[in-house]
Design a protein around this ligand. Sequence first.
Ligand SMILES: Cc1cc2nc3c(=O)[nH]c(=O)nc-3n(C[C@H](O)[C@H](O)[C@H](O)COP(=O)(O)OP(=O)(O)OC[C@H]3O[C@@H](n4cnc5c(N)ncnc54)[C@H](O)[C@@H]3O)c2cc1C
Length: 461
Amino acid sequence: MDNVTRPRILVVGAGFAGVGCVRRLERKLASAEAEITLVTPFAYQLYLPLLPQVASGVLTPQSIAVSLRRSRKYRTRIIPGGAIGVDLDSKVCVIRTINGEVVNERYDYIVLAPGSVTRTFDIPGLTDHAYGMKTLAEAAYIRDHVITQLDLADASHDDAERASRLQFVVVGGGYAGTETAACLQLLTHNAVKRYPRIDPKLIKWHLIDIAPKLMPELGDKLGSSAQEVLRKRGIDISLGVSIAKAGPEEVTFTDGRVVPTRTLIWTAGVVASPLIATLGAETVRGRLVVTANMDLPGHDGVFALGDAAAVPDEAKASKGQDGAVCPPTAQHAMRQGKVVADNVVATLRGQAMRPYVHKDLGLVVDLGGTDAVSKPLGIPLRGLPAQAVARGYHWSALRTGVAKARVLTNWTLNAVAGDDFVRTGFQSRRAAKLKDFEYTDSYLTPEQVRAHVEGTGPEAE
Ligand SMILES: Cc1cc2nc3c(=O)[nH]c(=O)nc-3n(C[C@H](O)[C@H](O)[C@H](O)COP(=O)(O)OP(=O)(O)OC[C@H]3O[C@@H](n4cnc5c(N)ncnc54)[C@H](O)[C@@H]3O)c2cc1C
């Protein structure tokens, strides 16, 4: 097979799933066997579970942005941009590159791994006034924003302004929200020692969730332990409560309370990338319906995985839980990446595919400092042992040796020297909220995709 006729494999998204797939394809396929292309807006794979530690300054942003080009077998062509539509019939992916150009990329095999975006609801003011915790820019932005509130509260002579700058609201009692509230509360707790004019009692963190429990997947005992740790630290936890409306200087809870605050962090779940809707195919709560082999029925050469796909959970099905799909976790996404690569290779070589089967290994929740809860392989742990498991798990899951070294060095440095709570001010001129970071309005409709591919749409110009 010469290079001109090599089958084209296009992988969309460089997250846990996409990078897991690309690295495996590079290892398994000779370069004459296929051309591998990766579409990604960023030049790194983001290790999302450690984002709260970037927001709280324990880790630098670079340490969890793992290079895509550092790999011994690296030979993938990388298109810097985002896919904005896929036409399954003509096998074309429409891409907007980072310089704004719209290009068509033809493929023989496509692996869709664009992950998810923050799930929002129709709550007045939410997308204009809330911050998310889903991108590196958001984590870095929130850190600066929180330190800004301390700086401004310290300088202010207005008691009401001070009080509102020192209240912080996090919505979402899953692991992302709980870790975010816990790590940032520790940041303000430690930072306030450098602000002698601020009364520490004025600093108040609220963690709220509409569900009756925090992190129900931890079970009752461990969930209560996490709650106790947070309450002892002074975090006000409100369950069965959400946001009724959000404004620039206050947030109204559904129980009627009005909290003066300039900081609303929204981590109430995720929904599949809007790219999936451009396919016009069957979805379950936004995730593309695929088989256990992660291919799309009725469309040769189309695969999807990770947060963007509803991959049947075969481990649960074997225990009689029919219809279960894998939860949107990094644990599943990175393992699915390898299996999907094997299935692409099998299809290319005319061999049989294999289904994805993985039994959940449990959950680790870092609450900052020496506090943590974790449940590896069903064993409940608290405090230092849980923290050791949480950090050990994340450290070993980082893809490159350099990323591991950076994270370990940052942890050590932070444990020894602490934080200087420096506000960089890089983003201070323009407020950036949920609606600014995830580019959810960039996507085409299925009709626009078709029109573009046929060369008649406005995007085709
Ligand atoms: C704060 C936080 C903490 C978490 N903690 C844990 C944890 O402790 N354990 C755990 O298992 N999971 C955790 N998760 C969930 C986990 O990070 C996700 O389930 C996982 O990242 C999903 O992997 P993915 O490859 O599907 O998507 P992602 O890792 O999100 O990757 C998607 C990639 O696609 C790119 N992309 C998006 N749209 C496009 C497009 N249109 N075109 C091209 N590229 C695109 C994105 O830039 C990204 O690089 C956490 C998530 C968050 C936000």
